[in-house]
Design a protein around this ligand. Structure first.
Ligand code: BDR
Ligand code: CA
Length: 321
């Protein structure tokens, strides 16, 4: 079993990733922590509670950061044109009053859960890295207690999706991302280099809905339509399943190729939020990639058809609501 904390900003592709984790037989979902990003923190937390209720997820939801690691940093408006005004494709998410968040803030939930399960917890982070940076600040010793950090974010050998340089989750809080990538815990980054190749078509999503035959899968289908419309013209008739790729890495790393090296994040200037790896074994002059910094992995290749098939199979594996 993989013990997982899912750090997320739901978010349409976040929702699919959550259902994948919830339905996977080898995942023990210890908790869901929310962060601002695809919508404001009130909205992403409400959405996580809504999905917890609709999909009957027992794991606690803990509310996380609503502003950047360095307070008052220039911040960016939520991408409502991608995920909708309600963050879940304008399905009209109701206020959730009968399901309550865990009393602890997300960074403390992370620290306490990691300490309670030393060496066992994988954190899958698919929003801004703010909660992880706050957890490290509160308790730096957790670097030795976490099994692995799997991040959806960054763009290494390709352009970003917010600016030519930067991907959204990193661009939204570059200082937090630099803290997380340079900490001495094992990090794997699943960035746009591989996620942009992983497009679920409209008909594949409809197949999931029909094969599962559940209200869970119908909700997933419905909330994804606005996001698919956004991707029209950018990809072939479908949706990029960014966040699910990171979840798939946890259970099927053999579907990816990786490259190791120190990762830094550009903080400020025109390339704000750019992620740059110094590949191991490559010589350069002295730089900010030197010193006591850990080598981390980035994904360079993905078996996209196999990843999409696994997402399908796992989501339809539960045929009751
Ligand atoms: C990432 O940004 C968010 O919009 C998505 O949920 C995903 O985590 C893609 O750049
Ligand atoms: Ca996300």
């Amino acid at each position: 079993m993989h013990k997982v904390i899912f750090d997320t900003d739901p978010g349409v592709d976040d929702a699919m990733a959550l259902l994948f984790l919830h339905h996977h037989a080898d995942i023990d979902l210890l908790g869901v922590t929310t962060v601002f990003g695809n919508a404001e923190i009130d909205v992403t937390t409400r959405n996580a509670l809504f999905l917890k209720r609709e999909w009957k997820i027992d794991s606690p939801v803990s509310r996380g950061a609503g502003e950047t690691f360095i307070p008052h940093r220039v911040s960016h408006a939520p991408p409502k044109f991608i995920h909708g005004d309600d963050g879940l494709g304008n399905i009209g998410v109701p206020e959730v009053t009968d399901v309550h968040p865990d009393p602890r803030p997300a960074h403390r939930f992370i620290v306490e859960t990691v300490r309670a399960n030393p060496g066992e917890v994988t954190i899958v982070a698919v929003g801004r890295m703010t909660n992880l940076a706050n957890a490290l600040k509160e308790d730096p010793e957790i670097v030795d207690l976490v099994k692995e950090i799997v991040i959806m974010g960054g763009a290494f050998d390709v352009n970003g999706n917010v600016t030519p340089a930067a991907e959204a989750n990193i661009h939204g809080d570059p200082e937090a991302a630099d803290v997380v990538m340079t900490a001495r815990w094992p990090v794997v980054v699943v960035g746009l280099d591989v996620t942009m190749q992983t497009v679920m078509t409209r008909s594949q999503l409809a197949d999931i809905r029909d094969a599962a035959g559940t209200s869970r899968a119908r909700l997933l289908f419905d909330l994804s339509q606005f996001y698919i419309d956004f991707y029209e013209g950018l990809v072939d008739d479908g949706m990029v399943v960014h966040d699910s790729c990171a979840c798939v890495y946890v259970v099927a790393p053999e579907l990816f190729k990786t490259r190791s090296g120190v990762i830094r994040v550009v903080c400020g200037g025109i390339a704000d939020g750019q992620t740059i790896q110094k590949p191991d074994g490559r010589g350069f002059g002295p730089s900010d990639w030197d010193g006591d910094l850990p080598s981390q992995k980035i994904c360079t290749e993905i078996d996209a058809p196999a990843v999409l098939k696994l997402i399908h199979d796992v989501i339809v594996s539960v045929r009751e609501d």
